[in-house]
Design a protein around this ligand. Sequence first.
Ligand SMILES: Cc1cc2nc3c(=O)[nH]c(=O)nc-3n(C[C@H](O)[C@H](O)[C@H](O)COP(=O)(O)OP(=O)(O)OC[C@H]3O[C@@H](n4cnc5c(N)ncnc54)[C@H](O)[C@@H]3O)c2cc1C
Length: 490
Amino acid sequence: MTQTPPAAPRPSSDSSSTDLQATRIVILGGGPGGYEAALVARRLGADVTIVERQGMGGAAVLTDVVPSKTLIATAEWMTVAETGSELGIKVSGLSTPLRLDVDLAAVNSRVMALAAAQSADIRARLERENVRIVLGHGRLDGPSRVVVDSPVGADAPLVLDADVILVSTGATPRILDSAVPDGERIFTWTQIYNLTELPEKLIVVGSGVTGAEFAGAYNALGCEVVLISSRDRVLPGEDADAANLIEEVFRGRGMTVRSRSRAESARVVGSGADARVEVTLSDGSIVEGSHLLMAVGSVPSTAGIGLEEAGVRLTPSGHIEVDKVSRTSARGVYAAGDCTGVFPLASVAAMQGRVAMSHALGDAVAPIKLRTVAANIFTAPEIATVGYSEKKLIAQGSKYLTTILPLSRNPRAKMLGIRDGFVKMFSHPDAGVVLGGVVVAPRASELIFPITLAVEHRLTADDVAEAFTVYPSLSGSIAEVARMSHHVSE
Ligand SMILES: Cc1cc2nc3c(=O)[nH]c(=O)nc-3n(C[C@H](O)[C@H](O)[C@H](O)COP(=O)(O)OP(=O)(O)OC[C@H]3O[C@@H](n4cnc5c(N)ncnc54)[C@H](O)[C@@H]3O)c2cc1C
């Protein structure tokens, strides 16, 4: 026996179209790709259902972005405290330099509580907007039907007929058969919040963004960390100057970075409190620690949900092929977010979802522009980037000019005791148009915005240089680096 859900109440703003059947949208996955799309679709008057198996906000809110950035917020206080004695701060009755300790159980319970609260906020917002929420694992049954075999709170499968389907099922951590996480000693990033005590020695396998962020955070929290990278340096896909700086900072804080070392397998030896983890590298050597975090990428959640049967084409990596307005190869089926592999960022997932709904519902829509995506790596210091990277400019044979300024010359940075970091700008040598930028600094995620505006609106370096900045301020270095490019190109 199957059941059909009651229709969602129509929005009050929809009174002009009461005679018309609202477009039925079914969204599979309630992460940023899905829930942002749902809000747009409701605003455009559609009847919207989200099917979600885990919780509103998706992996972004429950296991990935929100938990990791909350943990990193604590870690950041620990690195700020490092400069306390230099700035003349001391705690009465205690010796300097200050030594702070964390209560990891308290940190992780705050992390999980904040994620749960954020998920509840998103759910409440969706309910206020009259989005119907179905909890359960959904699958496509052709290009215009979604089936939830065992919806939570019902004893029969649920069939949802749709005029438009949006697939936004995200991705899950990649698991190696030779290093299977047990959630106690060997973790994925979704399980590491189980820890109630700081590991004595944490091994992190994988030096991409996730591996680098966790390695940096745990090192700052006071834990011995070994970071294993199969490549020449950490953050191999990122700006080389930024990656080299972070690697130096990591080593300077006492982290062991093992480059060009591929982890072949991992196992737990011993049991109980005496258990240890052994990671075998491709050269046969063994790295030993108390705990292991595997951060070796993710796989799209696209298997076994009827996509190919519905005519949705997948790439060899299992990602859903989409065009710039999020259409898949199946008419009426759109896809957004990490399941498409376009750019694994919450902001991009949300944009793809919004674009999909605007397109499907006939609203004005501009194809997604990846050239202007701003991204941040939440290490200490942070690494923020926007626009073309140097690697891309070289690969496409573009003419470009690089200007770079270390933060150590910035007066505000000196006052704050900031030594590590820089601002870098790429601009066209003739037209002066800003092509991209990199900021390595505390809160680089905030500082990158003027460069993002410049890239988005094709401003020239002179446009940026002519704007006032506060004196003294870190953003003064952005105007300064823009001024430098004027003098170089003269
Ligand atoms: C550790 C970590 C940190 C990150 N930090 C950042 C950051 O700081 N900033 C940033 O922009 N990005 C960050 N990202 C990337 C970001 O998490 C993703 O890009 C984002 O979650 C993608 O959103 P999404 O909607 O595609 O998928 P998700 O957030 O993964 O949501 C997909 C949802 O679909 C559900 N689902 C899957 N299959 C089904 C099914 N068959 N039926 C029902 N429901 C289903 C899942 O349960 C999940 O809730 C981080 C990623 C990781 C791993």
